[in-house]
Design a protein around this ligand. Structure first.
Ligand code: MN
Length: 278
């Protein structure tokens, strides 16, 4: 996957043809999003490289020829905005392997003004999280000017109505994974690991009166919960993030109990969720 392509000077317009699959760089720090996005892309026949921060994205562009970049906005080390500006500088100076690689932003919040920030940084389009695979593929195809019409209809799976008390919807997760049950299972494993970890970090953050840290971890938890469409957990994590941002630690502490409960419900549902996809 990392070998240099001799076709690196092909114009972007021909990238979608079958002779040379388009190569996409995914810059994203969240493990769950890495799995979902890369499986989606690979299922569509794209070649995928993943980097966890903006600095490594810039290095990858310096060393490899990419047809498109998916750029998370919020990342450690260097965020997506700064990384994109840096990439545009490299391209202008002739230090990138390609001219004007299309950059599609992945933004956590559909905040007004985010779009402007993305465009201002030199990004070409954006998709909001939790990532909807259809929207993602549409944005990518638009940027690659794909002539082909990929069949993107995911396999049909058990609907959530079968499990009215389920804390999250396995069929939505499977859809996000383009029907790939292996990657859905991987996401569940990663979810289990991450939420336990996040909950512990939130408790520690509250004990240290570190509102900033609580907000940051709650943000990550919200992202993980959103991916599984665990609505109550997403809501709770979102509230906690806001309380952290407002430095309102007493209310944040009060929220901890129901957050705990939501996490436990999700964890308790995992065996059933795994059964549904095996
Ligand atoms: Mn991120």
């Amino acid at each position: 996957c990392a070998t240099a392509s001799s076709a690196s000077d092909l114009p972007v317009e021909t990238a979608a043809n079958a002779a040379r699959p388009s190569r996409i760089l995914v810059a994203e720090d969240n493990r769950i999003n890495q799995i979902i996005v890369s499986e989606c892309l690979r299922a569509q026949g794209y070649m995928v490289d993943i980097v966890p921060d903006g600095k490594q994205a810039v290095d990858a562009v310096r060393n490899g020829a990419y047809d498109l970049i998916l750029m998370d906005c919020q990342m450690p080390e260097m965020d997506g905005f700064e990384a994109t500006r840096e990439i545009r500088r490299l391209e202008a100076d002739g230090n990138a392997k390609r001219r004007m690689i299309p950059v599609v932003a992945l933004t956590a919040n559909a905040i007004k003004g985010d779009r402007e920030r993305c465009l201002e940084a030199g990004m070409n389009d954006y998709v909001t999280k939790p990532i909807n695979q259809q929207a993602l593929m549409t944005a990518i195809a638009r940027q690659l000017r794909s002539r082909e019409n990929h069949d993107q209809s995911p396999r049909q799976h058990a609907k959530s109505e079968d499990h009215p008390l389920a804390p999250f919807d396995v069929s939505v997760l499977v859809e996000r994974c383009m029907g790939n049950l292996d990657s859905a299972a991987q996401v569940l494993d990663e979810f289990e690991r991450q939420v336990k970890d996040d909950l512990q970090k939130i408790e520690q953050g509250l004990a240290r009166f570190d509102a900033h840290d609580v907000a940051a971890v709650a943000h990550a938890l919200k992202g993980a919960a959103g991916m599984l469409s665990a609505e109550q957990l997403t809501d709770n994590a979102s509230k906690l993030e806001q309380l952290g941002q407002e430095q309102n630690l007493s209310e944040a502490t009060q929220l901890l109990e129901s957050l705990h409960e939501q996490v436990q419900r999700c964890l308790a549902y995992l065996p059933e969720a795994r059964k549904q996809i095996t």
